[in-house]
Design a protein around this ligand. Structure first.
Ligand code: SAH
Length: 347
C-alpha cells in the first residue's frame, strides 16, 4: 500500500489521473490529507472513489498512541504507525510560536552514548510522508488547519539522524515548504546532525535556507570519540569546514549543540578549546545539560557548573546560551518515551 502523503500535489495528480479520476479531485484530496482527514471524512469525494482509494492507499499513516503534557505545557507524543512501529515527537510552546520536534528514523544507528534513540539500533527510515504526518497529526490535535497552523516551527531533532535518511528528508522539506501544503518557510525549520560531513556539504549545495544545527558535544576529537562513534569517521576540523561551507551557501548562521555531561566535556579547558574552535565565523552555541538516560552511566553537569561554563565562553566572546530543559518530567529527551514504551511492551 502506498502512502498518499509521500506524494507532492503534482505526483498525486498524476497518480489519480492514471486511475481515471478527474484532475480537480486530487486538489480536494490533497487538502484533506494536509488536514489529517482519512478517506471516510473526505465528504466532497464520492463513495465509489473513496473505496477505490482505500483499496490502494493509506491517507493517514499514524495515530496518537500516547500524549503527555508537561508542567511547562510541553506535549510529548508517541505515534503508532500503520505498520505497528512507534515513533515520538515533542511540541514545545514558546511566546513566538509552537515548535514541533519530529523523528526522521525509527531508532538510530549513530550510537551516541548519551542518547536513548540509539539504544535499540535502527529499525528503518521514515518516508517523507511519515515525517510530514507527524506535523499534520499534532497540528490537527491542537485545533490547527493547513491555513491556520498551530505549528509555526519544525525541528528535525527527534529520533534518528536526518542526514542518514537524506533523500526522504529532502523530499519532506520540499513538501512541508510547498505552497500547496503546509507552506512552512525553510527559515522556520532546523535540521540537526551529528556531523555527517559529505551529506552536510551535499545539503549546503542545495541552498535551502534551512537552519543547520550540529551536535558537537566536545571540541577535542579524542574525547568526542568517547561519546559519539561518528567522531571516528569525521574530525572536528572537517565538521567546522563543512559548517563554514554551509554558511557560505545558505547565509544561515550555523548552530552548535553542546550537551553538558559531567566530567566528559565541561572543564575550563574544554570551554577554552571550544572558544578557539568556534572563532572567526558566524555561529551560535546552545548548551544543554544532559537529560540522563537510565541505561547509561552518564550524569548532567551541575547547574552552577553549567553557568560557569557559559560565563567562560561569553568572556571569550562566544555567542552562547543555556537552553532550558523542557518536558523533563515527561521523558522529554530524544528517544526516551519510545524506549520506555518498548521496555514495557517487552516486559
Ligand atoms: N541525530 C541528530 C538529531 C537528533 S538528536 C543529531 O545528532 O543532532 C537532537 C539533539 O539532542 C542532539 O544534539 C543530541 O545530541 C541531543 N541529545 C540526545 N540525547 C540527549 C540527552 N539525553 N540529553 C541531552 N541532549 C540529548
Amino acid at each position: 500500500m502506498k502512502l498518499l502523503l509521500d506524494m507532492s500535489l503534482e505526483e498525486l495528480t498524476e497518480e489519480l489521473v492514471s486511475l481515471g479520476l478527474p484532475k480537480y479531485k486530487s486538489k480536494q484530496i490533497y487538502g484533506w490529507l494536509m488536514r489529517g482527514v482519512d478517506f471516510d471524512g473526505m465528504t466532497d469525494i464520492d463513495k465509489k472513489t473513496r473505496s477505490l482509494l482505500k483499496e490502494r492507499y493509506i491517507a493517514v499513516p499514524m495515530s496518537i498512541q500516547t500524549k503527555l503534557i508537561s508542567k511547562d505545557k510541553t506535549q510529548k507524543y508517541l505515534f503508532r504507525l500503520y505498520d505497528g512501529n512507534v515513533i515520538e515527537g515533542v511540541l514545545m510552546k514558546y511566546k513566538y510560536g509552537n515548535t514541533l520536534c519530529v523523528s526522521t528514523q525509527i531508532g538510530c544507528r549513530m550510537g551516541c552514548k548519551f542518547c536513548a534513540s540509539t539504544l535499540n539500533g535502527l529499525v528503518r527510515n521514515l518516508t517523507a510522508g511519515e515525517i510530514l504526518s507527524q506535523i499534520i497529526t499534532v497540528n490537527k490535535e491542537n485545533g490547527g488547519t493547513a491555513e491556520k497552523r498551530e505549528i509555526t516551527n519544525v525541528v528535525l531533532m527527534g529520533s534518528g539522524e536526518p542526514l542518514d535518511n537524506f533523500d526522504n528528508v529532502i523530499k519532506f522539506l520540499q513538501q512541508v515548504n510547498s505552497k500547496d501544503g503546509l507552506n512552512i518557510s525553510y527559515r522556520n525549520i532546523s535540521l540537526s546532525t551529528c556531523g555527517l560531513v559529505p551529506e552536510m556539504k551535499r545539503f549546503a549545495d542545495m541552498a535551502m535556507p534551512v537552519n543547520l544545527t550540529i551536535s558537537l558535544h566536545s571540541p577535542i576529537d579524542e574525547r568526542r570519540k568517547e561519546i559519539m562513534p561518528i567522531a571516528n569517521k569525521y574530525s572536528i576540523k572537517e565538521i567546522i569546514d563543512a559548517a563554514k561551507y554551509y554558511f557560505e551557501k545558505t547565509k544561515r548562521r550555523v548552530i552548535f549543540e553542546y550537551t553538558l555531561i559531567e566530567g566528559k566535556n565541561d572543564t575550563r579547558q574544554d570551554a577554552e578549546i571550544l572558544a578557539k574552535t568556534l572563532k572567526g565565523f558566524s555561529n551560535h552555541l546552545n548548551l544543554i545539560r544532559l537529560n540522563p538516560v537510565s541505561e547509561r552511566n552518564l550524569r548532567a553537569t551541575k547547574n552552577d557548573k553549567a553557568q560557569e561554563f557559559l560565563t567562560i565562553l561569553q568572556e571569550l566572546n562566544v555567542s552562547a546560551t543555556i537552553r532550558r530543559q523542557m518536558g523533563v518530567d515527561i521523558n522529554g529527551a530524544c528517544g526516551q518515551l519510545r524506549n520506555t514504551y518498548l521496555k514495557n511492551e517487552n516486559a
